[in-house]
Design a protein around this ligand. Structure first.
Ligand SMILES: Cc1ncc(COP(=O)(O)O)c(C=O)c1O
Length: 337
């Protein structure tokens, strides 16, 4: 790793030394195993391959100025994975075992945790897949849980840079009472087509409206949505969006900063009224939004070329907690010894 250009990592797959695996057989989870192979050997008729019976997570570990490695809110990821498992009939992975696996994955790949100065971090990808063979549409009887990690660059190599979103009503990411609230692969496969169009047109992501009435804001492709107006942080309440851990954290910080917080349906028309818009998630913390283009009505909503006051404050605060520069008063970070 001596020759790694930590400052220009970007967000892409990279090999590291080890990954963690755990098998579910005969109705129970086995011991955590360490592997140096990047390959898994699964049955041709595994339910994950045919019917998308798989769920995943994404979280990060950060090296602070003090040289310590911090993991952010991994208990939340563990519980969200359990919720996804419940949603698509997979056995839940125990929270403590999830935490143990994350710690082990980081320790075994310590040399890949980017240095503090680089502003980069270690991305952690847990994955739970149906591996047992079935040909009828039903849950498998065997599963494989895995964790692999990779160093990733800061989401904004040029700094905290606002981008544009696009609304296209003819594409949905999930059904109204579907799997949008679970982090399962099928949702992401369903969003690739619209995501590709958005990127080709120069937008950072698609802003999805609710798929039933197209009246309310749901979320961005890979991130939750929030808007700020009149000292209020407003974020959609919807059954078809992923409960973002970043959003949950920003809500706490927004309240601490004196903002009122509203989690409710957000009508499309309200886009007219927001002073600031942010897309939030693990990858970017906050991606400030400078414009939203409604492709069906050929209409723009503009929010200014520079990141807004509250987006900047919230971003700096959360980032400082993650890197250990601010006291962790909510017990969100765990230091890896
Ligand atoms: C669809 C979707 N929404 C929101 C988020 C943000 O969630 P989190 O803040 O937990 O990363 C993600 C990323 O995990 C996502 O894939």
């Amino acid at each position: 790793m001596e020759n790694t250009d930590w400052h220009n990592l970007g967000f892409g797959y990279r090999d590291t030394d080890y990954n963690i695996r755990c098998y579910y057989r005969n109705g129970q989870w086995g011991e955590l195993e360490i592997s140096s192979s990047k390959i898994i050997n699964i049955h041709i008729s595994a339910t994950s391959l045919h019917y998308g019976q798989e769920a995943f997570e994404g979280l990060k570990a950060f090296k602070g100025k003090d040289g310590k490695i911090r993991i952010f809110r991994m208990d939340e990821n563990a519980r969200r994975l359990q919720n996804s498992c419940e949603g698509i009939l997979m056995p839940e992975f125990p929270v403590e075992k999830f935490q143990e696996a994350v710690r082990l994955a980081i320790k075994m790949n310590k040399r890949f945790v980017p240095p503090y100065e680089s502003d980069a971090s270690l991305y952690i990808r847990p994955l739970l897949t149906g591996t047992g063979p079935e040909i009828g549409v039903k849950p498998a009887n065997e599963y494989l849980f895995m964790i692999f990690v990779m160093p990733v660059g800061p989401y904004f190599p040029e700094g905290f840079k606002p981008t544009d979103l696009i609304i296209m009503r003819k594409y949905d990411r999930t059904a109204p009472q579907g799997t949008g609230k679970y982090k399962v692969g099928g949702n992401y496969a369903a969003s690739m087509g619209a995501g590709k169009i958005a990127k080709e047109k120069g937008f950072s992501a698609v802003l999805y409206l609710d798929s039933k009435e197209k009246k309310y804001i749901d979320e961005c492709g890979p991130a939750n949505f929030f808007g700020i107006k009149n000292n209020t942080y407003i974020t959609p309440l919807s059954d078809s969006i992923l409960p973002s851990i970043t959003n949950k954290s920003l809500i706490v910080l927004a309240k601490e900063m004196g903002l009122t917080v509203e989690r409710r349906k957000v009508p499309y028309e309200e886009l007219e009224e927001f002073e600031e818009i942010g897309a939030c998630g693990t990858a970017a913390v906050i991606s400030p939004i400078k414009g939203i283009y409604d492709a069906d009505l050929d209409k723009w909503f503009r929010y200014g070329e520079k990141p807004g006051k509250w987006c900047t404050k919230l971003y700096n605060k959360l980032r400082a907690i993650q890197y250990g520069e601010e006291p962790d008063k909510y017990g969100w970070v765990e230091i890896i010894e």
